[in-house]
Ligand binder design. Structure first.
Ligand SMILES: Cc1cc2nc3c(=O)[nH]c(=O)nc-3n(C[C@H](O)[C@H](O)[C@H](O)COP(=O)(O)O)c2cc1C
Length: 306
């Protein structure tokens, strides 16, 4: 059966998860501009054992109307139990298994993109079958083209047989770095191979670019990660608000939460200034500041000047 829509949406634009960056206040604001949002990758065990940091990370913000939780696991039992918990507590609208993370800490533990390797395909089949059948919510995947060699055609076939709802495809190998461009032709191949809706991901830089990718490659939607940093309005056709206004709103959402700290303020503020001519200097200045208000006032001033 050909699934025509993803989450009941025609061509969703998804905020691709960025660990430590797409924190709930940031997701909240992207959702306000129309993005489907997903939590940062979170260990299934962390959720099962109610680790406070994991629970904070997956907490859905008010405006996240279509929201998914992204899981890291290679244990079928943990996957089923986490899905059950997410469903029983009504924590999200869909569940996504991370098969893309390239970090050695993750892949050496047999997680993330390591599950794309041929020697893991039997385990992968078990995970995807159990994930799809035990979940009443859409069960989705985030994949890469492979770990250190291309395996996506086999992975997509396994996913199709298992009944996975949709796949977000970051079209690089896990062993590629960001200097190597995402291979956009892979999306086209993936669309041809399977009936599972494919969401394109990798180096998509604007709303218009997202529309172009959807039209050109036949994918059902697009996920944008790095280009959304400091630019939540990327999910809008015609951004109308000033950066300063959007930044103020983000700060407001961070205030009175555990995210209102120097680390998050430095990251988010530097992101808002990243397109400026003196961005590198601004980042250095921000790093030297030790009071949240100082960082906020400085960033506002810089944004106001441009
Ligand atoms: C700092 C950073 C953190 C990331 N964290 C995650 C994550 O938690 N889960 C995930 O699926 N992908 C993660 N990614 C990958 C991105 O979601 C995305 O797939 C990748 O950056 C390519 O898309 P882009 O070119 O739009 O950024 C991360 C990427 C970066 C740079």
């Amino acid at each position: 059966m050909i699934k025509v829509s993803v989450l009941g949406l025609k061509n969703p634009l998804i905020l691709s998860p960025l660990a430590e960056i797409t924190i709930p206040p940031f997701r909240r604001i992207c959702a306000e501009f129309g993005a489907v949002t997903i939590s940062e990758m979170t260990y299934a065990k962390g959720i099962l054992y109610k680790d406070p940091k994991s629970l904070r990370r997956i907490t859905r913000a008010k405006t996240e109307e279509k929201y998914g939780i992204q899981l890291l696991t290679n244990s079928p039992d943990d996957l089923v139990n986490t899905i059950e918990l997410i469903e029983s507590e009504n924590l999200s609208d869909f569940i996504e298994l991370n098969l893309g993370c390239p970090k050695p800490k993750i892949t050496n533990a047999g997680l993330g993109a390591y599950l794309l390797t041929v020697q893991n395909h039997i385990l992968l089949k078990e995970l995807l079958e159990i994930g799809s059948t035990s979940s009443k919510l859409p069960f989705a995947l985030k994949i890469r083209a492979g770990f250190n060699e291309i395996t996506y055609p086999e992975v997509i076939k396994i996913a199709e047989k298992a009944g996975v709802s949709f796949i977000t495809f970051h079209s690089r190998l896990a062993t590629d770095n960001y200097q190597i461009s995402a291979k956009w032709g892979y999306w086209e191949q993936a669309v041809k191979y399977s009936t599972i809706p494919i969401i394109a991901n990798g180096d998509i830089r604007s709303y218009d670019h997202a529309c172009q990718v959807i039209n050109q490659f036949g994918v059902k939607g697009v996920a944008i990660g790095r280009s959304a940093r400091g630019n939540p309005q990327i999910f809008q056709k015609k951004p109308q608000l000033s950066s300063q206004y959007v930044y103020d709103r983000l700060v407001q959402y961070m205030e009175n939460t555990e995210y209102y700290n120097l680390f998050n303020l430095r990251v988010q503020s530097s992101d808002f200034l990243k397109h400026f001519r003196y961005a590198a200097n601004a980042r250095k200045n921000i790093l030297l500041m030790n009071k949240p208000r100082e960082i906020i006032e400085y960033t506002r001033e810089m944004l106001g000047e441009h």
